[in-house]
Design a protein around this ligand. Structure first.
Ligand code: SAM
Ligand code: SF4
Length: 337
């Protein structure tokens, strides 16, 4: 079962950005004065349920809600509880979220009740001052409390850390040790040139080109203290995994820039306005909102999904270095990473 793209890859993983808004303004993701989409352009939660359900009928087995910050979308628990019916029927294997953790104290129990078993929580530093610098509007204690609430609710947690040269490169070892103590998995991510973040003179203001650090370097740094053995484990995502001998925990490395992972890509991404992106690093998309609103039955939707999957490109073309520019013009908060 499932959808096959032109390169024979099975597409069974859908990421849905449920909102482009966020209660943080991470420097590598958004500018401080972001302009967000007008509410009328957004899919309603009912429409998101219908679209996600159509993808599940077509063979999607894993669904990840992201954003923006998924837990700041109004009534988001309604959608999560609705989608829970596909877990109960067995049509969906997994329903997860990627979140900044700020709202977890409030929602952790509800998420667990709805059938969510695992969460990815983004956290780049354990230093309160640095956390405020990176996220601009975020506060570390709130996120740490959210993580504890999620742990108490029985959710499995994976921390995602964007590696930033000169910002958090003194903390990788601390993060590994802290995650081992807490029972969290940890994945490092290379910073990507997504979305143009400009200053008043039109220059790239994100500092991302200067902050790029290859995860090979991060891994070499960690290997001085820990025994890292490459693992055959594969998640639905693009990470490569290593087991840490001393702690038994799993470490992931997502390296879109220094190592191309497209050959294993099994996913497509839906924005909160119903645009389907077949590749995170390419601009081609399909407008499923128009199809959805144009027909009460799902036949046209199935046909539009098939047509889009048939256009899934072989891979992306991110570059990094002095000449790095935004490889794609949209922000990460549009497609949710
Ligand atoms: N707000 C949620 C969060 O932060 O987890 C979900 C959306 S956020 C866009 C998803 C992931 O993308 C986060 O782990 C974030 O660190 C990552 N991200 C954002 N901008 C990025 C960039 N330019 N390069 C690499 N990762 C980025
Ligand atoms: Fe918000 Fe996540 Fe982007 Fe940070 S990375 S600004 S938390 S969407």
């Amino acid at each position: 079962m499932g959808m096959k793209d032109p390169f024979g890859r099975t597409v069974d993983y859908l990421r849905v950005s449920v909102t482009d808004r966020c209660d943080f303004r991470c420097v590598y993701c958004m500018s401080e004065d972001m302009t967000f989409l007008p509410k009328k352009d957004l899919l309603t939660l009912e429409e998101m349920d219908r679209l996600c359900s159509a993808f599940i009928s077509k063979g999607v087995r894993k669904l990840r809600l992201t954003g923006g910050e998924p837990l700041v979308r109004k009534n988001i628990m309604w959608l999560i509880e609705r989608l829970g019916r596909h877990l109960q029927s067995g049509a969906l294997e997994e329903l997860t979220l990627t979140t900044n953790g700020s709202q977890l104290s409030r929602y952790a129990d509800d998420l667990a009740r709805a059938g969510v078993r695992r969460l990815n929580v983004s956290l780049d530093t354990l230093k309160p001052g640095k956390f405020a610098e990176i996220t601009r509007w975020g506060r570390l204690p709130q996120v740490l409390e959210g993580l504890q609430a999620a742990k108490r609710a029985g959710l499995k947690l994976k921390i995602n850390t964007v590696a930033l040269k000169g910002v958090n490169d003194d903390e990788y070892e601390t993060l590994v040790a802290w995650c081992a103590d807490e029972g969290f998995d940890l994945t490092f991510i290379e910073v990507m040139p997504m979305g143009v973040i400009m200053d008043d003179n039109g220059a790239d203001d994100s500092g991302r080109a200067g902050q790029f650090i290859s995860l090979e370097t991060v891994r070499a740094q960690l290997a001085r203290r820990w025994t890292l053995a490459e693992s055959s484990f594969r998640s639905a995502g693009p990470a490569r995994y290593f087991n840490v001998g001393e702690t038994g925990q799993r470490l992931g490395f997502i390296t879109p820039l220094s190592h191309n992972f497209c050959e294993l890509c099994n996913r497509v991404r839906l924005t909160c306005t119903g645009m389907l992106y077949m590749c995170l690093g390419q601009d081609d998309s399909a407008d499923l909102r128009a199809v959805l609103r144009g027909s009460e039955t799902d036949e046209a939707l199935y046909a539009a999904i098939d047509a889009a999957i048939a256009r899934k490109p072989r891979g992306h073309d991110f570059r990094v270095g002095p000449e790095a520019q935004a490889a794609v013009s949209r922000h990460m908060s549009v497609t949710g990473g």
